[in-house]
Write a protein that binds this ligand. Sequence first.
Ligand code: RIB
Length: 289
Amino acid sequence: MSIVNVGSINVDHVYRVAHFTEAGETQTALEYQVGLGGKGLNQSIAIARAGGDVVHVGAIGKDDSWTPAELEKIGLDLSAVARVDAPTGHAIIEVDLEGENRIVIVGGANQTLSESAIEAALRVDGVNYLLTQNETNAVEHCFSLAKAHDIPLIFSPAPCDESLRALPLELAKYIVLNEIELMQLAGEDDFDRAVGALKSRCPSTNFVVTLGGDGVEFIGVEDTIVLPAEPVEPVDTTGAGDCFLGYFAAGLDIGLTHIEALERATQAAAIAVTRAGAVSAIPELKELS
Ligand code: RIB
């Protein structure tokens, strides 16, 4: 069984800085690294490293030789990754000494995904879940194709903006998001009111709310689970939420219970924040205790 993940692929330019750059300020980075990222790719790699089976539907620039070589090195199957005229997506990321980040993305090839490519991936037998985030042009397609093919949808509304409220969110089986995204998606500035609004709009959807250092709250259709985060000294939080989501989705795919999938995801994310980078920080399943 497998997960089809329709998602972004970015080249991350990561600048370690003493503090986030202020308006009008120029500062010299303490370190600079280039690595693979993109919320979609991070989640696909997390699924694979969690022992799941994933088909990544995405796109990269046809003139880019660095990204496909790097993707091959980490074992991503490129058969559903299109080579297009637009440049590969990229991200400019500042990471401060506490491991917090600020990210600017440029969509590029991520904004050129075709509905037919997604449809082709879904037609293969044994697709258990369709997963998507908000870094491609294909979010609406994913909602309609999940319905048409009767495949449970896992949606990560990240990055979040008001336009996502117009989506048929009630069709998603799982929505995985952080506290800020929860309030943005609900159009509320209070956590409990946001949960109430989304639950009444989407009675058949399970919400997984990541709370950073405070853990995770699973507000399900049948069960509610609260798990604390593992205590760690963060080095770089970039992509930790993606690592969490990929591990959670892989857990669902292989038949773990909600609590088992959440426990694995929490452990994996705790390891990821102690390492630099996005894809490079995602642990293998054997590294979890
Ligand atoms: O969630 C982290 C990711 O956001 C980075 O890898 C970056 O590419 C942006 O998509």
